[in-house]
Design a protein around this ligand. Structure first.
Ligand SMILES: N[C@@H](CCC[C@H](N)C(=O)O)C(=O)O
Length: 259
């Protein structure tokens, strides 16, 4: 069968998009999804996303990591899916959609997508590292220079080590640049490597930075390997609400592949 696909990227975090409104795609086929995401044997991507129907909302997001397994929430993937939904004329400039972690509201203007993320009420600390869930689990380590960090090696050790083990976590290394800006590099669970950006990851870094007293700002600029993102939130004691992740989401190419 010929599969029509669309390729999108958000600050270099890249995704295969499939219009699965007719529910034809064999989503239990872990090997197939893994091969489609393979950069040598397939199309190549950090993940694959299905746009599916929703009973009450505009559409449903179903996200798979590059390893072929269904993932938790993907912030950059969600932003790219909003741009894809607009390309398909499923939405105009505003939407609410279903995802694995609940409802998401988003707007799109001139290719910039602003996506509402889940509220965060729990942040744990271990020495100077932090852990929180922004739709996906994230470990955060602040450091002097992200350039000097062997992200794949150090990230893998933390991802598979205590207290995370098999379930694992995504791992972010963050360097403060100014009062309200940070450089971030992320090791992604499910890709098992560093990616050029991670949306739920920078969201976690922005909240962690505020929570750890590194900044009092509630609009934070995040510089990642693939570009720039912005995270904003409201804070009430240790509760973070109205969390928004904002940045570019771009269509790259489309094609067909035999499956
Ligand atoms: N790239 C993503 C994060 C995806 C989630 C993750 N790899 C997992 O399942 O743990 C993002 O932009 O948030």
């Amino acid at each position: 069968m010929k599969l029509q696909f669309y390729k999108y990227q958000g600050t270099g975090n890249d995704f295969i998009m499939i219009d699965n409104r007719t529910l034809f795609f064999p989503k239990d086929d872990v090997q197939l999804i893994n091969k489609l995401c393979d950069r040598r044997f397939g199309i190549g991507a950090d993940g694959l996303i299905l746009l599916e129907p929703s009973e009450k909302e505009d559409f449903t997001m179903v996200y798979f990591n590059a390893d072929g397994n269904e993932g938790s929430m993907c912030g950059n993937g969600g932003r790219c899916l909003v741009a894809f939904a607009k390309q398909l004329n499923v939405i105009q400039n505003e939407t609410t959609f279903d995802a694995v972690d609940g409802l998401h509201y988003a707007t799109i203007n001139n290719g910039i997508v602003s996506l509402k993320m889940i509220d965060v009420h729990e942040i744990s600390t271990n020495d100077s590292d932090l852990f929180l869930n922004t739709g996906s689990p994230h470990h955060i380590q602040f450091c002097e220079s992200v350039k000097a960090i062997p992200v794949k090696e150090t990230g893998a050790k933390i991802r598979y080590g205590a207290p995370y083990f098999e379930a694992g976590t995504n791992v972010n290394f963050a360097e403060q640049v100014s009062e309200n800006s940070f450089k971030v590099r992320t090791y992604e669970r499910g890709v098992e490597d560093e990616t050029l950006a991670c949306g739920t990851g920078v969201t976690a870094v922005a909240i962690a930075a505020n929570n750890a007293g590194k900044t009092t700002k509630n609009t934070i600029q995040l510089e990642v390997l693939g570009g720039n993102l912005e995270v904003s939130f409201d804070k009430n004691e240790n509760n973070y609400t109205n969390v928004f992740l904002k940045g570019p989401a771009e269509f790259v190419f489309e094609g067909t592949v035999l499956i």
